[in-house]
Design a protein around this ligand. Structure first.
Ligand code: PLP
Length: 373
């Protein structure tokens, strides 16, 4: 009988889905990892036009169309003054594939990958699939990742560490000083820093900076996507950027695993990136308003929650039994330990729902809290 690879046997299907199913169809879903806004009309039109003109029928260049890679580089230049060469970009099937090819190209069998705990569920799974050893590190009290903790976790076997700001599941935003430190650590220890910036534009306070801006070596690669910024999770369009030699290695994985990102999605992404950015500003303003409603509501209930400065998640500390009680009462939140063992005792609340629904959910969470106290 054909056995399964040990790599795949170390990974299981995420338990988050089960939570949704347990809650039933009428539940208020605060478990979602995607914005509740439509994809901007001009992005949809970009794809429709490309399909009509027959431009989306064939393969594109493996890295993606030149015009999309120029659009990606253009946003880095315009929004953040970062110089990215369009030749050093690979368009991928979402940020997910970008993370996958970054790890595949850089991690050898048995090498260690450091990442935040609680952290995005793919980091551990993709590390296993690349044959590496996960090395989760706990977070500071404000749920940011401490560069000193990362530095301490580095050994001779470390291949890479992953930074995620703004972060899923915490909403935490790393300071520019931290990002400078992560770059220094990548430089000095000669390990790769994979900076997952898929929430880069969803920041309420402070400033999103990238270790890429501070690094003196080419030891930083950046992963991002249209998924969250333009509410385009279904389009599956992300990218990775880094030095030419790193892009060339990642392209080897992408070329044989994916060939190219879906052509129609590339045209939609190009239109999103080059078109009006107001939909992004409006979405971020709506998320900020909801964040404030949620934080006030959690404080009224008596739940402690570090202020999330970005993304659309909050992660309060919750009493034992709270998550089950909330789900039983018809509100889906995700137990913190779904994101790593240090997530135990927390819950991830996504506020990708309108304010009215959020208030309704807060009432139910208040009742659940009283019931388990
Ligand atoms: N990185 C983080 C931190 C995420 O939260 C997600 C999606 O939830 C991704 C990457 C993957 O995004 P995509 O949908 O573009 O593959």
């Amino acid at each position: 009988m054909t056995e399964f690879s040990h790599r795949v046997e170390q990974v299981s299907i995420s338990g988050i889905r089960e939570v949704f199913e347990a809650a039933g169809e009428d539940a208020i879903n605060l478990g979602l990892g995607q914005p509740d806004f439509p994809t901007p009309e001009h992005a949809r039109e970009g794809a429709i036009e490309a399909i009509r003109e027959g431009k989306a029928d064939g393969y594109t260049s493996n890295k993606g169309t030149e015009s999309l890679r120029e659009a990606i580089a253009g946003r880095y230049a315009e929004d953040r003054g970062i110089d990215v060469d369009p030749n050093d970009v690979i368009a991928t099937a979402g940020g997910s594939e970008a993370l996958h090819i970054a790890l595949e190209a850089h991690v050898d069998e048995g090498q260690e990958v450091i990442f935040p705990d609680p952290g995005f569920v793919s980091y551990e799974a993709l590390t296993h699939l690349a044959g590496g050893e996960p090395r989760p590190v706990g977070l500071r009290d404000d749920l940011t990742m401490d560069p000193a903790a990362v530095e301490e976790a580095i050994t001779d076997d470390t291949a890479a560490f992953i930074v995620n700001s703004p972060a899923n599941p915490t909403g935490a935003v790393q300071s520019p000083e931290d990002m400078r430190e992560f770059a220094r650590i990548a430089d000095e220890h000669d390990v790769l820093c994979i900076s997952d910036e898929v929430y880069e534009h969803i920041v309420f306070e402070g400033e999103h900076r990238s270790p890429l801006e501070f690094a003196e070596t080419d030891n930083v690669v950046v992963v991002s996507a249209c998924s969250k910024t333009y509410s385009m999770t279904g389009w599956r369009l992300g990218w990775v950027t880094g030095s030419n030699r790193r892009i060339e290695r990642m392209l080897r994985v992408h070329q044989y695993g994916q060939a190219c990102a879906t052509a129609a999605a590339q045209y939609a992404a190009e239109a999103a990136l080059t078109g009006p950015q107001e939909p992004v500003d409006e979405m971020v303003a709506a998320f900020e308003e909801r964040r404030d409603v949620l934080l006030d509501g959690l404080a009224d209930i008596g739940l402690d929650c570090p202020t999330p400065h970005g993304a659309f998640y909050a992660m309060p500390e919750v009493p034992e039994g709270f998550v089950d009680e909330v789900i039983d009462r018809g509100v889906v939140v995700v137990p913190g330990d779904a994101f790593g063992e240090h997530g135990e005792g927390y819950a991830r609340i996504s506020y990708a729902v309108d304010v009215e629904t959020l208030r309704e959910a807060l009432d139910i969470m208040g009742e659940a809290y009283d019931a388990v106290q």
